[in-house]
Design a protein around this ligand. Structure first.
Ligand SMILES: Cc1ncc(C[n+]2csc(CCOP(=O)(O)OP(=O)(O)O)c2C)c(N)n1
Ligand SMILES: [Mg+2]
Length: 474
C-alpha cells in the first residue's frame, strides 16, 4: 500500500486535503500515527467544537487496524457525550425512535417550470447556445431512434428493444455535463449518453442487428451497447452489477491522480439490489470520485416504487451511507445538467462520491416484452407524456432564447429519420459474426468444456441444418 501511495500524486493530494481538513482516513494506512500534535490534525470532527456548552475535542481515525480504538477525547463534559467511532454522540433522557419517514419529503431541485421558463432564484451554470442546441437536438435524435427501432422490433427485424421515452433529459443533459475522460457505467436506459459522446446511428444499428460490425459480435441482446472509444462500459442485463464496477473504476482514477470521475446510472429498481448498497458503502468509505445517478422513473417493470421501498425515494439512501445527495427534477434538462455539473466538480475536487436521484417517469413500456397498460392507467401515462414531457419543456426554453424553430425541428427530425433508416438497411444486410466467435473473448485459452460445447453444437447443426439460421456463417 505504501508503494502505491508514493506513486500516486492524485491520491496524495486527496490525502493531503483530508488530513488538513479533517482527520486522516486511516484506511489508507498513511502512517500518520494515532495522536499527532499538529494543530490541524487535532481539529475537531463533526462539529465537535461544542456540545451542550462544553468543549470537547475528538479525533476519529476510523479503523486503522482491527481492534484498535483510535479516538482522542479531551473529556470535560462528564458523561453526557459518548465518544464513539465516527464522532460525538449526545446522551439524552428521552426514549425517542427515529420516525420511519420524516414529516416532510426531501425537496426537488429544478430550474425550468413546466412552461420552460426559468424559475426565479434558481441557480444554474450558464448554458450557451451550442451546448443547448446539441442537448435539444440529441434529445430529438433519441426520440426518432426509439420510434424507428421500436417499429423495427415490431416488424420482427430485431429481437428486442427498449425506449428511453420520458427520460430524454436525464440521458442527454447529464452526458453534456461530463467530459470524455469521465467513465460511464450504464444500466440500459441511457443510450442518449452514448449518443452525446458520438456513437453513430450506424453503430447503434449494428449492435441492435447483432452483425459482425457490432463490438459485442452479436453475442448480446439488442440495446447492450458499449464503446471503448467513448469510455462507455457495455450494458449488462443483470440489474445493478455496474454500480460496484463504477466504484472500483473511480478508485483507480483516484489512485492514478486523474482529473476525472465515473458515473453510474441505475433505476429505482436497481436500488433494491445488494450491489447497490455495497457499492455506496465502499464509495463513501474509500472516498472515490463517482456519481451515482438514480433514475427514479416510478416503475421497475410492473412493480411501482411504492412496492419497491418505503424510504423517501432513493435520495435518503445516499445520505444514509454518508454521501452528499440531491433530488432533482429529471424532466428538467437544465436541472439535470446543473446538478451533474456540480456533482462532477465536487466528486473530483473533493475526491468523494455524490448521489443524484432524478424524479422522472418511464413513459414507454418497460421494453418490447411488456405492455404497461396492464398495470397502470393510460391517463397516468398520457399525463407524463404530454404535460410533463421533458423534450417539449426544454424546447420552449431553447426557442425562447431564439436558438430553435419549427423549421430547424422539421429538418433535424427528417434528416435523422433518413440517416437511421439507411443505417438499419446497412446493418441488416451486413454479415453476421461467425459461429466460432461465440466461444472467444472470455478466456485467453478456450477451456475444454467450451471446446466440447462448440463441437457438440457443430454436430447438431450438421444433423438439423434447417433449425440453424442460414445467415450465420458456421
Ligand atoms: C438481478 C436481476 N433481477 C431481475 C432482472 C429482471 N429485470 C430486468 S429490468 C428490471 C426492472 C428494473 O427496474 P429499474 O431499475 O427501475 O429500471 P427501469 O427499467 O425502470 O429503467 C428487472 C426486474 C434482472 N435483469 N436482473
Ligand atoms: Mg424504474
Amino acid at each position: 500500500m505504501a508503494a502505491w501511495f508514493t506513486r500516486s500524486s492524485g491520491l496524495a493530494r486527496c490525502l493531503f486535503r483530508r488530513t488538513t481538513k479533517m482527520a486522516s482516513p486511516a484506511i489508507f494506512g498513511c502512517g500518520l500515527g494515532p495522536l499527532s500534535s499538529d494543530p490541524a490534525m487535532a481539529a475537531p470532527v463533526n462539529g465537535a467544537s461544542s456540545a451542550g456548552g462544553c468543549l470537547r475535542s475528538v479525533r476519529h481515525l476510523g479503523s486503522a487496524k482491527s481492534g484498535e480504538r483510535v479516538s482522542q477525547v479531551d473529556d470535560r463534559c462528564g458523561d453526557q457525550v459518548l465518544d464513539f467511532p465516527g464522532g460525538k454522540v449526545m446522551f439524552v433522557p428521552e426514549m425517542k425512535f427515529l420516525p420511519a419517514s420524516p414529516s416532510e419529503r426531501i425537496n426537488c431541485y429544478r430550474v425550468l417550470d413546466y412552461n420552460g421558463q426559468t424559475i426565479s432564484g434558481s441557480s444554474f451554470p450558464e448554458v450557451g447556445k451550442e451546448v443547448a442546441v446539441k442537448i435539444y437536438s440529441d434529445m430529438i435524435t433519441l426520440q426518432v431512434m426509439d420510434t424507428i427501432f421500436y417499429e423495427a422490433q415490431r416488424q420482427g427485424r430485431i429481437s428486442f428493444y427498449l425506449t428511453s421515452n420520458g427520460e430524454e433529459a436525464i440521458n442527454v443533459a447529464s452526458a453534456a455535463a461530463l467530459t470524455m475522460d469521465d467513465i460511464v457505467f450504464p444500466q440500459y436506459r441511457e443510450p442518449g449518453v452514448l449518443l452525446w459522446r458520438g456513437f453513430t446511428l450506424q453503430e447503434f444499428a449494428n449492435q441492435c442487428f447483432g452483425n459482425k460490425l457490432d463490438y459485442g459480435k452479436g453475442r448480446q441482446m439488442p440495446i447492450h451497447y458499449g464503446s471503448n472509444r467513448l469510455n462507455y462500459y457495455t450494458v449488462s442485463s443483470p440489474i445493478a452489477t455496474q454500480i460496484p464496477h463504477a466504484v472500483g473504476a473511480a478508485y483507480s482514477l483516484k489512485m492514478d491522480g486523474k482529473k476525472a470521475c465515473t458515473i453510474t446510472y441505475f433505476g429505482d429498481g436497481g436500488t433494491s439490489e445488494g450491489d447497490f448498497h455495497a457499492a455506496l458503502n465502499f464509495a463513501a468509505v474509500l472516498e472515490v470520485p463517482v456519481i451515482f445517478f438514480c433514475r427514479n422513473n416510478g416503475w421497475a417493470i410492473s412493480t411501482p416504487t411504492t412496492e419497491q421501498f418505503r424510504s423517501d425515494g432513493a435520495v435518503v439512501r445516499g445520505q444514509a451511507y454518508g454521501i452528499d445527495s440531491i433530488r432533482i427534477d429529471g424532466n428538467d434538462a437544465l436541472a439535470v445538467y446543473s446538478a451533474v455539473h456540480a456533482a462532477r466538480e465536487m466528486a473530483i475536487q473533493e475526491c468523494k462520491p455524490i448521489f443524484i436521484e432524478a424524479l422522472t417517469y418511464r413513459a414507454g413500456h418497460h421494453s418490447t416484452s411488456d405492455d404497461s397498460t396492464k398495470y397502470r392507467s393510460t391517463d397516468e401515462i398520457e399525463h407524463w407524456r404530454t404535460a410533463r414531457d421533458p423534450v417539449s419543456r426544454f424546447r420552449k426554453w431553447v426557442e425562447r432564447n431564439g436558438w430553435w424553430s419549427d423549421a430547424a425541428e422539421e429538418e433535424h427530425r427528417g434528416n435523422t429519420r433518413k440517416e437511421l433508416l439507411q443505417a438499419i438497411q446497412v446493418a441488416e444486410r451486413a454479415e453476421k459474426p461467425p459461429l466460432s466467435e461465440l466461444f472467444t473473448d472470455v478466456y485467453d485459452q478456450v477451456p475444454s468444456n467450451l471446446y466440447e460445447q462448440e463441437k457438440l453444437l457443430r454436430e447438431t447443426i450438421k444433423k438439423h441444418p434447417a433449425e440453424y439460421p442460414s445467415d450465420v456463417p458456421v
